[in-house]
Design a protein around this ligand. Structure first.
Ligand code: HAS
Length: 544
């Protein structure tokens, strides 16, 4: 069944804002690469930390969140038989709040009133309006989430005893993760940053603010990854003419992501002196546990590819490889994303290994890591989704030449990112710091020794800019100009030999309770401790 027109329009409204943010973020990204490469100098009215914040916030927070909600709404509508009036309204109210919040926060950044980076914890302080904008964005996303959850609950009520559609289940898992994660952010913004930036309190507990941020910041990266995994598990099999390998395995992987991706935030704070090593150890163990669902995903994807290839007649051990539709951008872009996720994930395991974190923390290596994970694996998947989702929603067709340009776009992005991220990883190992303006000290003798890598990074960044603009052109084409028609919204069927999915996998109360226990275990005492025994210089208990 096609998606009802009104639902399609709403999803498109989310995607339009996503790509608008992506466009501005891309300009900021280009400037930043050129500045660090010493190719240009910024005018006096624009500073490096301002464009760094604009780039990070618009790409990592705005583009992703709008895209993800638009994509998930369309899938919920598709797989649960259309949105109810309530869900539809919640979708629009959420959109409006998010749009308003984004505009406020972006204006604050562009006015240089909020150059606090995308990880905006204290002690960097922005104008209160930046935080108010961020709060609106988050609350808007909650309203949108509520709309989707209600539609899912209604579907279950009307289909008692049935296993829910996989897409809908995965969306709910992603939203559960998002709601738990953003609660930490909300506490930081509402109880610390807003009162502090308005001047209602003189000081805030900085360690607590960082802890609350990373309580949110790590699951945030899985909030980006899980929608990409939805496309890998549910849409890609259909595109390649295969079936879902295992419904139960897919659901288990998502539940494990919900359970293990929150109590791990200290792996961003392994070098933080205010947290004792016992707690860091627990978070490192749980971080290694959160790798498991990604390994399950890798296994599952190989199985899908192989079974699809064999169904098409592949006989030899790797013959299935040649049966994959390499010339179809709907497959090609996410596939490259998957391949790049192999080194990206390995880098993550290196980061998480306590001693090695001492080598890479706060260096360009980390920037290389997240450009491979989110900006390659996730973003290429989002591009791959856009090639079919945008025409499916706008009532148009992905034409042959748009498909070809899409493949070119994927190649430009991948080659550009390989240069950029490769240079970042290498110079990171040589100690090049992240988040540092060229004119701060990179023009010193040590800084100059990194210069060749910065040049490669700037070159890769320029390629990415070209690839980004091509993507925006294709987005607009598919939205407004491509020939009218019906593009498929690919939802794969379950494999022939699949066993019934265990009901326990959909008992949300159980999983949310387990998640709460893990969070309490990993965060309960550390948070109590830093409130009771604040670090020297931190404010007393009454002001947090
Ligand atoms: Fe990370 C820092 C650890 C995954 C994003 N990470 C970051 C930051 C970001 C980020 C944005 O422990 C910087 C934050 C900041 O600004 O300070 N990360 C990990 C670990 C994983 C991981 C263990 N990260 C991600 C993902 C991200 C992301 C995913 C975004 C989407 N990360 C860290 C740590 C830090 C960190 C430390 C802090 C560093 C510091 O000191 O500051 C794991 O989840 C990775 C598991 C993944 C795998 C790969 C599985 C491979 C698959 C593909 C299979 C391929 C197929 C293709 C099927 C084990 C699933 C076959 C193809 C054919 C053609 C046959």
């Amino acid at each position: 069944t096609a998606i009802p027109k009104r639902d399609a329009k709403m999803s498109l409204a989310y995607l339009v804002i996503a790509f608008l943010a992506f466009g501005i973020g891309a300009i900021a990204g280009l400037l930043q690469g050129l500045v660090r490469g010493g190719v240009i100098e910024l005018p006096d009215w624009l500073n490096y930390y301002q464009i760094l914040t604009a780039h990070g916030v618009l790409m990592a927070l705005i583009f992703t969140t709008f895209f993800i909600i638009g994509f998930m709404y369309s899938g919920i509508s598709k797989t649960t038989g259309g949105l109810s009036n309530f869900s539809f309204k919640a979708g629009w109210i959420g959109w409006a709040m998010m749009f308003f919040g984004t505009s406020m926060a972006t204006a604050a950044i562009l006015l240089n009133e909020a150059s606090v980076l995308y990880t905006f914890y204290a002690p960097l302080k922005a104008t209160p309006w930046f935080y108010v904008g961020a709060a609106l964005l988050v609350v808007g996303s909650w309203v949108a989430a509520l709309g989707m959850l209600v539609n899912y609950a209604k579907w279950r009520k009307h289909n008692p005893g049935q296993v829910s559609p996989l897409f809908a289940f995965m969306t709910v898992a992603t939203l559960v993760l998002w709601l738990i994660a953003t609660s930490g952010l909300a506490v930081m913004v509402l109880f610390q940053l807003i009162p502090w930036s308005f001047g209602w309190v003189a000081e805030v507990n900085i360690l607590l603010s960082r802890m609350l941020f990373w309580f949110f910041g790590h699951p945030l990266v899985y909030f980006w990854l899980m929608p990409a995994y939805i496309a890998w598990y549910v849409c890609i099999p259909k595109i390649i003419g295969g079936k879902v390998f295992s419904d139960s395995l897919a659901r288990l992987a998502f539940l494990l992501l919900v359970l293990f991706s929150i109590p791990v935030g200290f792996h961003h704070q392994l070098m933080e002196p205010g947290i004792s090593e016992k707690w860091k150890f627990i978070h490192v163990i749980l971080t290694l546990a959160v790798v498991v669902p990604s390994l399950l995903t890798a296994f599952s994807m190989f199985a899908v590819f192989e079974t699809a290839g064999r169904r098409k007649g592949a006989k030899s051990m790797f013959g299935w490889f040649t049966k994959l539709p390499w010339k179809d951008v709907r497959f090609f872009a996410p596939m490259v994303g998957m391949l790049m996720f192999i080194p990206a994930g390995l880098g993550g395991i290196i980061n998480a290994s306590n001693q090695m974190n001492a080598v890479v923390h706060n260096t360009m290596w980390v920037v290389g890591h997240f450009h491979l994970t989110v900006a390659t694996s996730v973003v290429l998947t989002f591009f791959g989704i856009s090639y079919w989702l945008v025409p499916a929603l706008s009532g148009r067709k992905l034409t042959k030449w748009a498909n070809r340009l899409g493949i070119l776009q994927t190649l430009i992005w991948t080659v550009g990112m390989s240069f950029m991220s490769g240079a970042m990883h290498t110079m990171g190992l040589q100690g090049a710091p992240r988040r540092t303006d060229f004119t701060t000290y990179l023009d010193s003798v040590l800084g100059l020794s990194w210069m060749p890598y910065y040049k490669v990074m700037a070159f890769g960044g320029a390629m990415l800019f070209v690839g980004g603009m091509l993507m925006i052109g294709l987005f607009l084409y598919l939205l407004c100009f491509a020939p009218k028609g019906q593009e498929e919204f690919p939802i794969a069927e379950l494999g022939d030999n699949h066993e019934p999915t265990p009901r326990i996998l959909e008992r949300w109360r159980v999983w949310i309770a387990v998640s709460a226990v893990l969070i309490l275990l990993a965060y309960g005492y550390p948070i109590y401790d830093i409130i009771q025994n604040p670090a020297p210089g931190a404010p007393p208990l009454r002001t947090w």
